[in-house]
Design a protein around this ligand. Structure first.
Ligand SMILES: Nc1ncnc2c1ncn2[C@@H]1O[C@H](COP(=O)(O)OP(=O)(O)OP(=O)(O)O)[C@@H](O)[C@H]1O
Ligand SMILES: [Mg+2]
Length: 503
């Protein structure tokens, strides 16, 4: 039996398993045995579905080719994010499923073994909708046994393999292609315990690239008097910005000097390392502010941290390393940055063996990354959230509260469930939707209804209601928006079943 760990990334997806010698190992690409990552990019055209490197290669010659990428950042979208040449509209769940299908083909070509379970890593800061969407993507790809794990937990697990043991406090700084997670963990002989986590879906390599694109566009506008904003130009700019970033991240490279052709016009482009660092200085500071929040929530500061673990491709940027070293009071070479592109998939593979197979390992304690509660009207008549489970509580966790009907003839109670974190200006609030419970058989004013909210081990929320007088569970009625989404996704599941991913 094969147990897979998959890092379903914003920009790259990677799959790993633990080989017979106990080593986590990546699966190579079907066509290229030296390539172990699949760019998370999809093209759907007349000739079928293409995923990964072939799409990138076509885009080099045909930058206008319709394609979908970065859909992981829209994972909670209740609307489609891409229209194919047949005018079919695709949701992020289905696009992610296509990436997974491509990966499963690679696995199948390499291993010829049945898959006993798949552990998919998700950012710690993924909310309920994003986690559900990821699981659904796996199911749409035909994976029947799937569980989720947090990316920093997977990375720390991989790191633990190389560690002699002992008690220590870890900080995982995970700056990927589109997301950032900052997590404080305690590691001991027997277990790995998450203490606090904070994160952002607007801090990642994509957002760094966008800053470089903006810089080039301003220069272009100065020289040519207009902004190149057609899709083909955007694609050329995006690719170029990404290449420039990679070049400037290398030691010794102090500047880039290149002639660009965009929309039929040329641009003499110069970007020095210093200017690049100016462009992203506040971006890196923003990641450090997120780190401070995580530290504060765990009741610590940097001086408590024994080991800082850097993961995610963007953590390779020299400015990131310098600033993290300075903030954490460590030397740059004390930061642990081992295989930052693979660490999450490797850790997920190790944990997949434990989750689905016979392997034993350290105990794991995950936490929830959002407060969970119900939106109510406060005393002042303003909407407020009554928090039932606080962010950074150990999961699984559950809590109950009692609601009372307000009218004699009221047979249903409707609540809005909310995930939130932070206060004031930086507060984030995400509605999980409206949940209607009923019918109440013998309604009367002030009839009580007990609502239970629960985080499971994977950070997924369930909400149930009980009539405390009869002990009966009261059914949940689905809201219209969720019903419409379910219908659309059911249809997409049908498309996917009939569709082959060309590899
Ligand atoms: N040496 C490097 N220097 C700077 N940036 C890099 C380097 N290598 C990779 N990156 C950037 O890292 C990002 C990809 O990292 P990674 O594969 O860890 O992300 P991901 O898993 O796709 O995204 P996420 O974890 O956010 O979902 C890209 O934006 C890429 O440009
Ligand atoms: Mg990643």
């Amino acid at each position: 039996m094969l147990y897979l760990g998959i890092d379903l990334g914003t920009t790259f997806s990677v799959a790993a398993y633990v080989n017979d010698h106990g080593q986590p190992t990546l699966f190579p690409d079907f066509h290229d045995a030296n390539e172990f990552r699949t760019p998370s990019v999809v093209h759907l055209g007349e000739e079928g579905c293409l995923v990964g490197t072939p799409v990138e290669e076509i885009l080099e010659d045909e930058p206008g080719l319709p394609h979908a990428r970065f859909f992981k950042l829209d994972m909670e979208a209740k609307l489609p994010v891409f229209t194919d040449s047949d005018k079919r509209e695709w949701y992020p769940q289905a696009l992610s499923a296509l990436v997974l299908k491509k990966i499963l083909k690679d696995v199948d070509a390499f291993a010829h073994e049945d898959i006993g379970g798949v552990l998919i890593a998700v950012p710690a800061n993924f909310n309920d909708a994003q986690r559900r969407a990821t699981k659904l993507a796996a199911q749409m790809a035909g994976i029947s046994q799937v569980k989720l794990i947090e990316e920093p937990v997977a990375a720390a697990t991989f790191y633990g393999v190389h560690q002699a043991g002992g008690e220590q406090t870890l900080f995982v700084y995970d700056l990927g292609g589109g997301t950032f997670d900052a997590t404080v963990l305690q590691s001991s002989e027997d277990g790995l315990y998450a203490l606090a986590t904070e994160g952002s879906n607007t801090l990642g390599g994509k957002h760094i690239d966008e800053r470089i694109v903006r810089f080039i566009v301003e220069e272009f506008q100065r020289q040519h008097g207009f902004k190149p904003d057609d899709p083909a130009s955007q694609q050329v700019l995006r690719r170029f910005a990404n290449e420039a970033k990679h070049t400037l991240a290398k030691p010794g490279k102090g500047r880039i000097n290149k002639t660009l052709v965009i929309g039929g016009r040329t641009l003499e482009f110069i970007l020095t390392k210093d200017r690049f660092h100016q462009l992203i200085d506040d971006f890196v500071d923003d990641t450090l502010a997120v780190c401070d929040k995580a530290l504060r929530a765990s009741g610590m500061d940097w001086s408590f941290i024994d080991t800082v673990l850097l993961t995610g491709g963007s953590s390779l940027l020299p400015l990131v390393m310098d600033k993290v070293a300075r903030a954490s009071g460590k030397e740059r070479d004390q930061l642990v940055c081992k295989q930052p592109h693979q660490a999450v998939a490797y850790g997920a593979a190790i944990l997949a063996q434990q989750a689905f197979g016979q392997a034993s390992g350290k105990a794991l304690q995950s936490i929830c990354s959002y407060d969970l509660g119900i939106r109510t009207l406060g005393r002042d008549g303003q909407p407020a959230v009554k928090v039932l489970i606080e962010q950074n509580s150990a999961v699984p966790a559950s809590a109950t509260t009692t609601f009372y009907t307000s009218r004699d003839d009221q047979t249903r109670v409707i609540i809005e469930a909310v995930q939130k974190r932070g206060e004031g200006d930086g507060a984030e609030e995400k509605s999980l939707g409206y949940f209607a419970f009923g019918p109440i058989e013998r309604p009367r004013k002030k009839y009580p209804l007990e609502i239970e909210m629960r985080y499971d081990l994977e950070g997924i929320v369930t909400i149930t209601a009980r009539d405390p007088e009869s002990g009966r569970q009261i059914q949940q009625v689905m809201d219209e928006e969720t019903e419409a989404l379910d219908k659309a996704l059911f249809e997409q599941r049908g498309w996917l079943q009939k569709m082959d991913v060309n590899v």
